[in-house]
Write a protein of this length. Structure first.
Length: 275
C-alpha cells in the first residue's frame, strides 16, 4: 500500500510542537498507520510553503492522510488555498482520503461546506461522549468501536455546515460534527474531528508545554490545564496493559481501538484495489 501523509502544520507550528515536547504530525501518523499496515510505503509531505515538493503525482498513491494543523481554515492564507486545491484534486481523481481535526475542516471546505470558530469554545484534552448517529453505527469506519466513547482532541474550530452528499457519523455536546464522510466528484473523504493519532503521553506533553500560553490567553485555567495533564498521566499508566483498563477507557488506552477508524479506512483502501 502506497500512502501520502500530508503534515499540514505551518513550519512555525511544527517547530512549536517539537519545542513543547510533542511529535511531528507526519511521524505520529506514520506510527498509527503501521499499527495496522506495518509494511505500508509511506511518503510525508510538509506544507512549509504554498508550493510543496510533491514526492509524486497524487494519483500514484492508494490514499492520502491529512493531519491536524495550527492553521485556521476560515482565515485567508496561501498555504490553506494550496491545501484545499490538493484535497479537491484528490477528490476529483478518486483518491481515497482520511483526515483528523483540521483535516475534517479542510475536507468540508473543499467539498463546499462551512467551518467557523466553535461557539462553545476550544475543546482540549477530552472530546467527551462522542456518540455515533444511525449512519455512524452502520458505517464501516466504526467497525470495532462502541456507540459512545471519549476521545483525545485539541481544536478551536468546528464544522458548521456539512456540504451536500455528506454523511454525519458522530457528534457530541461540544461539537455537533465529530465525524463525517465527505464526497466530491469521484472521491470520498473519511474524517474525524478528534485526534485518534494522539496518545495520552502526547496530550500531556502538549498541554503541559503550552499551559502558560493557554492560561494567559484565558483558554484554560491553571487548574484545568493541570487536570488534563493528570488525566493523561493516569491513562499512560494504564497503557502498559490496555486489557486491564476499565471498558470506558479502552477506546482511548488501547492503540488499535483508538485508531480503529484509520484501520478501517485502510481496509477500505485495500478493498478498492487501486481504484
Amino acid at each position: 500500500m502506497k500512502l501520502l501523509i500530508a503534515d499540514i502544520y505551518s513550519a512555525n507550528g511544527r517547530t512549536g510542537i517539537v519545542a513543547s515536547g510533542g511529535t511531528k504530525a507526519g511521524d505520529m501518523f506514520d506510527r498509527a498507520v503501521r499499527l495496522h499496515r506495518p509494511d505500508a510505503e509511506i511518503s510525508v509531505l510538509t506544507f512549509d510553503t504554498a508550493s510543496p515538493d510533491m514526492p509524486g503525482p497524487i494519483e500514484a498513491y492508494d490514499g492520502v492522510i491529512w493531519s491536524g494543523s495550527n492553521l485556521t481554515i476560515h482565515r485567508p492564507n496561501p498555504l490553506i488555498d494550496a491545501q484545499i486545491e490538493m484535497a479537491r484534486t484528490a477528490f476529483d481523481r478518486g483518491v481515497p482520503q482520511f483526515g483528523v481535526c483540521y483535516g475534517i475542516q479542510l475536507a468540508t471546505v473543499a467539498a463546499g461546506g462551512k467551518v467557523v470558530a466553535n461557539p462553545n469554545g476550544p475543546e482540549i484534552g477530552w472530546a467527551r461522549g462522542v456518540t455515533l448517529t444511525d449512519a455512524g453505527r452502520n458505517h464501516p469506519m466504526y467497525r470495532g468501536k462502541v456507540d459512545r466513547f471519549d476521545a483525545l482532541c485539541w481544536h478551536n474550530d468546528t464544522v458548521w455546515e456539512l456540504p451536500e452528499n455528506a454523511d454525519l457519523l458522530a457528534g457530541n455536546a461540544h461539537s455537533d460534527v465529530q465525524a463525517a464522510i465527505l464526497r466530491r466528484g469521484r472521491g470520498e473523504f473519511w474524517a474525524v474531528q478528534y485526534h485518534l493519532e494522539f496518545d495520552s503521553d502526547e496530550v500531556a506533553r502538549l498541554v503541559g508545554g503550552n499551559a502558560p500560553a493557554l492560561v494567559q490567553a484565558g483558554t484554560l485555567s491553571e487548574e484545568g490545564a493541570a487536570a488534563i495533564v493528570a488525566d493523561m498521566q493516569a491513562l499512560s499508566a494504564l497503557a502498559a496493559d490496555p486489557s486491564a483498563a476499565p471498558d470506558a477507557l479502552k477506546p482511548v488506552v488501547d492503540p488499535l481501538t483508538r485508531t480503529a477508524e484509520l484501520g478501517n479506512w485502510l481496509d477500505r483502501v485495500d478493498a478498492l484495489g487501486g481504484r
